[in-house]
Design a protein around this ligand. Sequence first.
Ligand code: ZN
Length: 625
Amino acid sequence: MHRRRVVCAAALLIVLPLIAAAQTPPVDISFTVAMPRPPTHLLEVDIAIKRAAVGPQEERLVMPVWTPGSYMVREFARHVQDFAATDAATHALKWEKTNKNTWRIVTNGAREWHARYRVYANELSVRTSELNSSHAFWNNANILLYLEGFLKSPSTVRVVAPDVWKVATGLPAVLGQKNTFRAENFDVLYDSPFEVSNFKTLIFNVKGVAHRIVIDGEGNYDPERMRRDVQKIVETQVELMGGEVPYHDYTFILHLRANAGGGLEHLNSTALGYPRFGFRIERGDRATSAAPNTTDTPQRDYRGFLALVSHEFFHLWNVKRIRPDALGPFDYTQENYTKNLWVAEGITDYYADLVLRRAGLISESEFLNATARSIQSLQNTPGRLVQSVEESSFDAWIKYYRQDENSVNSQISYYDKGAILGLLLDLKIRRRSNGAKSLDDVMRYLYAEFFKKDRNYTPQDFQKACELMAGSSLEDFFNRFVRAKEELDYNVAFEAAGLRLETNGPPSGTAAADRIFFGADLAQEEDRLMVTRVYAGSPAYEQGLNAGDQILALDNLRVTKDFFNARLAEKNPADLVNLTIFRSDDLSTLLIKLGARRDGTYRLVPLPNPTPAQKQVYRTWLGVT
Ligand SMILES: [Zn+2]
């Protein structure tokens, strides 16, 4: 808050009542979160509201419908039960629900009153909450109601946990009060998840600032290596963003489970999930195959973990501080729309890998091969010609977060295409500025001009920042590739770094070139072979195969997925295959004429005889010394 300095006694008399009248009377809001019976999955919440003066006749408590960083309405109020309200003397107060997530309490001017309720918490993900006999993890937006009209108020959270459990959160502790933490406002409160368990802790310092990795669950990780490599990621990103560490401390909360995954960014913490046996260290490049007929399951190895850490950590700048228009302060009662998620998520994803390269945690060829794979994956997605990256950002709430079998044909991921656009912009700025500027300068500029000046940026602001660094207009680029959905022009960009994208397979006429094109993803579900996706424009799509079909036989022989793929690999383009299918419970046959695959495995290869300028761009871009 900005206070005017008062210079004389006469002014003081006049100004003071005005200030007092303009301010909402302060309210003391304190939460207690208890977990007396962990196996029931019920977190018990007490909210104490206290005022120095008489309060209003009635007040409203509201549960957020979403949690920032995860752009879907999740209706957290559905897990609330046993709601009750009392005055300070524990006399019951009347209350009623006025909509799905709002409770109206008749407080009759009470200076102090309480609401108590329980929240069922039995879903472990980075955006939900879980309490069981081994730990508690929660996002405050899942479990803590806010007092309507008081989102800017500070509050405290006291955790009452089993003695053997410790408490980790990004919120600062209140000195002298056990397991009690303070949030300066509700945006900060809802941005600070809690882990309460007998977790392991790894610590390190960067520029004198404490960082800790809090690990719940066993796994095949090497603690010393993890500590060292996460520290390298932090150091590389701090340097990239100008050397300032914009928080007092930072907490990585890491859950290791058989099938854990994902991450959610916060102001000075992050929640991460990773497969407990996903820390295997692979030597050399991953197999480079991104065939359009197969679901490419990303390998879970140690590099995947480092990329997750790098992505979530970069968010502390890009989205948490460099904030898109609609993303903060937040409206917790409905969707918050922005066209900028491709910047907030896609460019974060671009930097996640680039930082690993610059930190020396992956090789140049690993970075370039991963880039080629993601370009191939984009080019194999028919939806790239249907939805722009701005439309994808805006509709995240109903499309990206609610995908179905048609999504591949109607949508584009603002992560995947946003990362590629970040790369193309980076190389374009480096080329136009003769290597003097880069996307790094754009990020530092946005940090200085928007975060430091407490402003959010619009799509136009982002374009202007890129143009400022490029030294000329990028209207054509943004018109064609950001606001519209034209095919991206890769080789114009890669030439700046002395590279070329090769998309062709072996020369035509060779056996390897005559590969067939079918165009559907299949999944073996126990003894049934199911069609999960059919790519628009493919032979399977054009000749009538549907997602949801069960394939019983290929050329009258019973199939499994392995059998199907093996028989298909023996075919030639223009061969006919006879499929016996169940569509719902109707048996029928489909005759499909196979097509030919034009593309091979994409690769980024060096241009012959690169110029000194191209070599220089390549070295500074990838941090090659
Ligand atoms: Zn992200």
